[in-house]
Design a protein around this ligand. Structure first.
Ligand code: AMP
Length: 328
């Protein structure tokens, strides 16, 4: 599938001596894995090329994947090829120097909100952007070199973005991609230990989340993680935001949302929206956000807007439950 665009991307990579990789702000396993994975794929295949991945933002739970490259001056980007992975819209690209690149390629699996880039390869139905990168490798495997390091980066993105191969977007292609990576040699014991182990204190916070979360009339589980809560448990913003996953197993709640006070002067409250069966992304798109059908992000700027968003989500869930039978 998409052979023509893949060939064009391969051609561009061959053409350029200097390549920069980019990903989205508030990075996650998929965008980190995809950028590090593609960088390693290019580096191992064409050792003479200069390939850079520069980003001053790094999620703590992904530090085990190792640091990115040191910053270079903006003029270094001029004349280079830029490849942006896992990023739906231009304003979410974390390293703003992407604009100095001579040409830009977008590779993504989010629902497109806007078009950018000279070459665009988007497959919304893919369970992760890393899966697309593996598809690229599989298509040109006679030419490309997949090291165990690249396989580990890409596998990390695949397992984190698919809920450990749990979501509906996982299909046979996903598993064939995973098999390709496992064949390259991945220390899965170490990888899953890195992904699952939690600090004792963080588990106490999780217990508190279970105590404090609430449910709207029609079954949207939610929690507002205010500054006091973040201070009580000594949480980084990233740790506070991760608690959305603790609300995903409540019978009858087909959507769950966490609001995190960012402490920013503009009053921004980060919103993480998740759902089963019902598509939650239209609500995110109404509030400065977007993402996937069942996993989106947004930003609201007041407690009132938070209430509005919750009411909209509640109405969406109500309508879904009234018109469908097989929700749990
Ligand atoms: P998050 O809850 O931040 O992990 O976001 C869930 C998914 O939605 C991720 O794939 C994000 O990349 C995406 N996402 C988050 N915020 C936005 C946004 N403002 N615009 C578009 N996509 C977003």
């Amino acid at each position: 599938m998409n052979l023509e665009i893949k060939q064009k991307i391969l051609q561009k990579i061959k053409e350029y001596d200097r390549i920069f990789l980019f990903r989205h702000i508030r990075n996650d396993g998929d965008c980190v894995g995809a950028t590090k994975g593609l960088k390693e794929l290019i580096r191992a295949t064409w050792p003479e090329k200069e390939v850079y991945l520069i980003d001053d933002d790094y999620a703590e739970y992904l530090e085990f994947l190792g640091p990115d490259d040191a910053p270079v001056i903006p003029s270094e980007y001029c004349g280079a090829l830029g490849i942006v992975l896992d990023t739906a819209s231009e304003n979410r690209i974390s390293n703003k120097n992407y604009q100095f690149c001579k040409e830009l390629i977008k590779i993504d699996h989010h629902i497109p909100i806007e078009t950018y880039g000279d070459l665009v390869w988007v497959e919304e139905e893919r369970s992760s952007c890393c899966e697309i990168v593996v598809d690229f490798y599989q298509t040109f495997r006679d030419e490309l070199v997949l090291t165990s390091a690249a396989a580990t980066y890409l596998y990390t993105g695949m397992v984190t973005d698919s809920g450990r191969f749990k979501y509906g977007s996982v299909n046979g292609d996903t598993m064939r991609a995973a098999a390709t990576l496992l064949d390259a040699g991945i220390d899965t014991d170490m990888l899953f230990a890195q992904l699952y182990l939690e600090d004792f204190e963080y588990l106490k916070f999780k217990a508190y989340v279970y105590e404090q979360m609430q449910i709207t009339e029609n079954g949207v589980a939610y929690l507002y993680v205010d500054k006091a809560m973040q201070e009580k448990f000594n949480l980084t913003l990233e740790q506070a935001s991760a608690c959305v996953n603790t609300m995903d197993k409540i019978r009858g709640c087909i959507s769950w949302i966490v609001f995190i006070d960012t402490g920013n002067a503009d009053g921004a409250i980060r919103v993480r929206l998740r759902s089963r069966f019902v598509h939650i992304n239209p609500i995110a798109e109404k509030h400065n956000g977007g993402g996937h059908a069942c996993a989106s992000g947004a930003t609201v700027y007041s407690r009132e807007e938070m209430q509005t968003l919750l009411q909209e989500a509640d109405a969406l869930v109500k309508e879904y439950k009234e018109t469908h039978e097989d929700w749990l």
